[in-house]
Ligand binder design. Structure first.
Ligand SMILES: N[C@@H](Cc1c[nH]c[nH+]1)C(=O)O
Length: 369
């Protein structure tokens, strides 16, 4: 197998981006653009921990903290929610910026061409439209699809019989599978409370024994945190049976029809996921109606747990079959809750995805060589 061709020139990537954007326009999308400099204080939290750590942030004397846009979806949603917000399809093309902390071979600046559907009445159909459109564009390349559903994961967490604080912690850390597993171990009593925490909670008056305040947190914040730890220490462990059901949900990894059957079985004992499983069934029907071969389409409940933290439903990606170590050539998902956070309480259904024209150009060049 030959090595991957050199990265394409910027002119080639721009031409590829224009070609893909034209396909999105033909599908009904209006072209939008966003500023490269975005207000970090307002938007950065919406991306979650991973992107927060990787955004290029700089300070502007007049506008405050600014960042180089880490993606288009958040600014496009913001624009849509501020406008009249009729149902709409959008496309955009341009560079995004994310620091690479571990792998110097990964680009910290690259092109994306995106497609977003906001306010569509039938979520399953909008999910299928985005997926089928991207699959069609990538058809000449040797790519492998992956799908998942963050909504099923979140519903499984919500269904646990435990405190709201514990559910919130699990939801927040769904994106960090190792941390998530450690929390489950602790909340189910399988791993002991860390010794330093046990010692802290055993103190009569931890604040009195503390030295002078030197950190960023105020005394009230520290006291509230200790109180939360105390309440947590008193909460009953999550039952073994529930942990087993959650693990069963997390480990589903099958073709779509088999995954659906497996999840329906689990839902008998875990009715909290029934609604999300029905949404998966509706999506599969919509995908099939668009000609997607769902019998061969993989589904993995844990897929997407390392992607954008605003996803809350369908998630998907396409990776190069010959170069699985490359980042996904395309990826996307549903992000209804993000529209609520940017819409001052008003929520609309929204789903979309991006293609990386730089990777499309490289893979096409390799295929043609
Ligand atoms: N903005 C996402 C891709 C996406 C677009 N729409 C939905 N998801 C990303 O940069 O990974």
């Amino acid at each position: 197998m030959s090595d991957l061709a050199q990265p394409s020139s910027r002119a080639t990537i721009r031409a590829e981006a224009a070609r893909i954007e034209a396909v999105f326009q033909a599908a009904g999308a209006a072209v939008v653009d966003t500023a490269i400099l975005q207000p970090a204080e307002i938007l950065l939290d919406l991306y979650g921990e991973d992107i927060r750590a990787r955004a290029y942030v700089t300070s502007d004397p007049l506008k405050g903290e600014q960042m180089l846009r880490p993606d288009f979806t958040v600014p496009v949603v913001q624009m849509h929610m501020e406008s009249a917000a009729e149902p709409a399809r959008y496309t955009y093309s341009g560079e995004v910026f994310r620091r690479q902390e571990d792998d110097p071979r990964r680009a910290s600046e690259y092109f994306q061409v995106g497609y977003e559907i906001m306010g569509a009445a039938t979520p399953a159909e909008a999910d299928a439209e985005v997926f089928a459109l991207m699959q069609g564009i990538l058809a000449p390349l040797n790519v492998t699809p992956a799908t998942g559903d963050i909504g099923i994961l979140m519903a499984a967490i919500d269904g646990l019989r435990t405190t709201d604080a514990r559910k919130a912690a699990l939801r927040r850390h769904v994106w960090r599978p190792r941390r998530f597993r450690a929390l489950i171990e602790r909340f189910s009593g399988r791993s002991p409370v860390p010794a330093s925490r046990a010692a802290l909670l055993a103190m009569e008056d931890p604040m009195a024994d503390a030295g002078p305040l030197i950190g960023l947190r105020s005394e009230a914040e520290i006291a509230a945190r200790i109180e939360a730890l105390r309440a947590d220490a008193e909460a009953a462990p999550i039952a073994e049976g529930e942990v087993a059901l959650l693990s069963a949900v997390l480990s589903v990894r099958e073709t779509c029809p088999n995954a659906l059957e497996r999840l329906r079985d689990i839902a008998v004992d875990m009715p909290a996921i029934s609604g999300a499983v029905a949404a998966l069934a509706a999506r599969l029907e919509a995908l099939e109606a668009r000609g997607v071969d769902i019998a061969a389409l993989p589904f993995e409940t844990s897929y997407g747990r390392a992607q954008m933290e605003y996803y809350d439903g369908f998630v998907f990606g396409f990776s190069s079959a010959a170069h699985p170590d490359l980042p996904p050539v395309a990826s996307g998902g549903r992000y209804d809750a993000l529209t609520r956070r940017l819409g001052a309480g008003r929520e609309i259904p929204a789903v979309g995805g991006v293609i990386r024209p730089g990777l499309v150009a490289r893979l096409s060049a390799e295929g043609a060589a």
